[in-house]
Design a protein around this ligand. Sequence first.
Ligand code: GLC
Ligand code: CA
Length: 577
Amino acid sequence: MAQPTVKRAWWKESSVYQIYPASFKDSNGDGVGDIPGIISKLDYIKALGIDIIWCCPIYKSPQIDMGYDISDYKDIHAPYGTVADVEKLIEGCHSRGMKFLMDLVVNHTSDQHKWFQEAKSSKDSPYRDWYIWKKPKYDAEGKRQPPNNWGAVWGGSAWEYDEASDEYYLHIFAPEQPDLNWEHPPVRDAVHDIMRFWLDKGADGFRLDVINFISKVPGLPDAPITRKDQVYQPGDKYFACGPRLHEYLLQLGNILKQYNAFSVGEMPSVQDPKEILNAVAYDRGELNMIFNFEIVDMDIGKEGKFSRRPWTMPKLKGIVDKWQNFMIDNDGWNSLYLENHDQSRCVSRWGSDLPEFRTLAAKMFATFLVLQSGTVFVYQGQEIGMINIPISRPVTEYKDLETLNAWKELLERYPNDKERQRITHEEIQLKSRDNARTPMQWNTSKYAGFSTAEPWQRENESYHDINAESQIGVKGSVFQYWASILALRKSHKDIFIYGNFKLLDVDHEDVFAYTRTFEGKTVIIVTNFRKRPVKWSLPQKITIQQDQVLVSNYDGVSVADETASLRPFEAFAAFVN
Ligand code: GLC
Ligand code: CA
């Protein structure tokens, strides 16, 4: 196929580093990370080759959902610092040639936000329509029921009853996270105002939390019954990508454009790729790119996040191939990620965190990801190959409401089913969000060098072996590998950022391989996803020479008679002749 006209853009060429503020670096010994802590590590992030820092929510919040429940969008959660600290942080980024993104959480607020407090105070409040209220339903026995059958993402009904007004309000997440009513124009104006407030302070853009939930299907109909044994049903069919989504996004896009700002939207539960394309296609003026969930949902079973589903190589290949070519062919753009604050550590989840393999696996995943077409997102700790919490840690020590709610529900439903409990603990160890939220591992001192006090979430025991200090500037470390592969992507922009993508050997169960091509120059990327050696036949007409290797997580490659002998988790990229 002919090379489509390449549209260059700084936001396509960037690499983004994501910070989880509570767990990055504590500067004042209270066991909680903070903004001065982040400022003290800006040189570290710069040394990795990062262009943009995205920080998870730091606004004032009761922290029911770690800051994704905001009670004041123009103030900062006191343990993290002040607005003046944020200004310093932005300045610190800019003086190092980096940009800074805020996390914009505007599908819902905290129930402690003054808008909601007002709205709840009376049916006549001018803020009443800022949220979504509905009258109860009554069943055959005359019992009061929620207005529809939607389940909340964290369990239970998506509706909370308000005694005083005899109405329910909608909350797709926790009851303390009421959904804003975007149909009501003052809500949209308020969001635009928040955006300008931070952009005027020098922020360079936003990551937009569950942004495809802001438009709901009018009438909020009952969801189809897909979980037969449960009362409440997933309602995403009616709250994800509703009819006015693109109208609202275009309004946000207009503001972003005025500031030449960066945008990445989070979009769970999308069935139709065209919906995504409408949000990110180059000429639409909505968002630069979005996070889709297909890879990270690949091992989620039918009964929710902690039910089991083995992932398969053909499945992964199908997902990557689809999105790579779809965006290249249609002038859209991908974000590339394997980890974030809602996902576990990829080395443990899809590779192996055994001491003999984890360094190799971390580098293999970096190679697999970074050389695809899209903007790269690195999550704190991924650049040093951090791993999941060990299975020895009991669920009672976990902190995240998603895990705790799921565990509680399980114990209530199956109090005597020890086998089910054991399997669920394994799935929690594999996929819980807590895995990403343990303190960043800086060095071998107590509490992993994150804090001088006991951290709010216990550090991962692995910090003795896996920590930044032992890797920075050290040849062969995961950190240096990440730095070199991010640099490689930039030094060959035409190929890695603007080139075509072709998946190789679709049916192979162990090896993920692809090529990137730009104006007749081709690079092949080969990754072995297994902890054992694998023989792989090179595609016809492709030869690989030792001196054409661009990056490798072993010393060079071993190719003879058109067959590559791949070692455990081996990964390399090379020009092909
Ligand atoms: C997004 C965030 C997640 C949060 C949820 C509700 O998915 O990434 O951390 O819990 O939205 O705001
Ligand atoms: Ca602190």
